[in-house]
Write a protein that binds this ligand. Sequence first.
Ligand code: G6P
Length: 613
Amino acid sequence: MCGIVAYIGNRQAYPILIKGLHRLEYRGYDSAGVALIEEEDINIYKTKGKVADLEHYAESKNTQGTIGIAHTRWATHGEPNDVNAHPHYSENDSLAIIHNGIIENYALLKQALEAEGYTFKSDTDTEVLVQLIEYIKETNRCQLFEAVQSALKQVVGAYAIAVIEKGNKNEIIAARKSSPMVIGIGDDEYFIASDVTPIIEYTDKVVYLNDEEIVQIRRHEPLKIVNFQNEETKVDVQKLNMNITQLEKGGYDHFMLKEINEQPRTIVDCIRGRINQSATDVKLSGVIDHKEKFLNARRIIIIACGTSWHAGLIGKHMIEEFCQIPVCVEYASEFRYSHPVINSDDVVIAISQSGETADTLAAVELAKSKGAFIYGICNVIGSSIPRATHSGTYIHVGPEIGVASTKAFTGQVTVLCMLAMAIAKEKNSIDHQRYLSVLKSLYSLPNLLQEVLKLDSQIKNMSLIFTYAHNFLYLGRGYNYPLALEGALKLKEISYIHAEGYPAAEMKHGPIALIDNEMPTVVIATNDSVYEKTISNIQEIKARGGKVIALVTKGDQIVSSMADYSLEIPPVDECLAPVVSSIPLQLFAYYIAINKGRDVDQPRNLAKSVTVE
Ligand code: G6P
């Protein structure tokens, strides 16, 4: 979702901004633009489409300047076109702005500005904000910083903004509320961005802006950050520990394929230092430090969106089975508006790869305001959700660039399993032999993932047979039901084929009506406690002429003889089977999308990090 890059320093800004926009492409967007100050004027170039289209458009233009702001837009207000793309000029072209987020009261503000004679070129809420800043600046005859500060006091909504001013090459004003923003500190230069990816190759010193903070970024001067009450806040410089190679494709055709293949290593990183080498103990400092909260929890509420929500469903099974604590799993977007009953002895677990999903962040704030203890399971270090929670565990799978989440999902389930084990051990609610067996499985996950990745060419070939199906059903039971949802989501996201995930036994209450020889069903039928029941469900499909692709445990004869195609998964403790079985489902979706010529890393209409409601 929308991306911001800005630069002020001694180098030419344009190449840095364009490179930064490319780095932000993974977030999902539909137009791009850049504004540069050269001599006295602000030059804006923007266009619908990709960053490459912007580069092409700006080829013959003046792209000089050592200060500039740039943006990739994911349309909310107004269709994706050249005019609605950012940056936006103010009425007199004296200011330019880029903005992530939504100004909720933009219609009222627009009306008031129109009454003052302001006109609008675009349909965006962003243009309203830049006009308001200009109006305040001119009527109050104040500096840009004060004008931004005063305008933001009138704004309801979420934003990360950067503003520059005609004739002022020395200053960028930036601010945030509920939308991420980070400032990189280089050698007499500053980089501003919505996440660290455009910054990382220039500096490892960053400052994360907090909510309701405004920063004055002036050439050759230290940063000045104030909050909305105009109190100066401490500039907290942090060191990034991520490198540029983590952001490259590493020889793979797509980030998604790279990220699928990285999983044996990312799981090593995820469990490192948490499970001892003899796989007899698990330690999560986030749990140890707040042991009483988990031991006394009357209930655990998991909040998340998308793939993270699916991981949460698996976490529910684990925590209920091993810790005997009731767990409910809520979509963050529903939770926040459902008048949730939250008690101070509830533990809320927020799961988010990006750590920036607006609904999850808002749900965290809501639960926090009701006194619940909040535990985060996130990937992006220093992002908003980990900073808003009381404690948590990073999944440590490295940057995930492909829009469709893959390695984050397996990292989330792995952390949830370690969390369940850590609580269960403290609560004494798990049989010791089972505890040891789950830890052993956790420890062996990287090897199992390596093994299951060998299915790649079998899946690639099989995908050719199914590329032109219009609908798919994914079935699973118990621990594998959430995986059925996740498998279907992967296919939808990147191939645009309609796919539905269902609990296998529920099929007969509706979806069975859809079964015929044109509707393939993917059944996760690995050898677990509901294996026999799943066999009955496969028979029901076969009896109606349906085609079955089955995921079976290595050596399985029964399901393999019934299914049209089967993929063999190495045996693993049933609670961790979704981690291993997710890989063939990810590869299947990937190859179908490739066969259909889809843009797998940046599927249409989707965003990697959904920072608006
Ligand atoms: C978007 C992404 C999904 C992701 C969801 C939640 O929809 O496209 O892949 O699962 O957001 O994101 P989060 O960062 O909170 O896990």
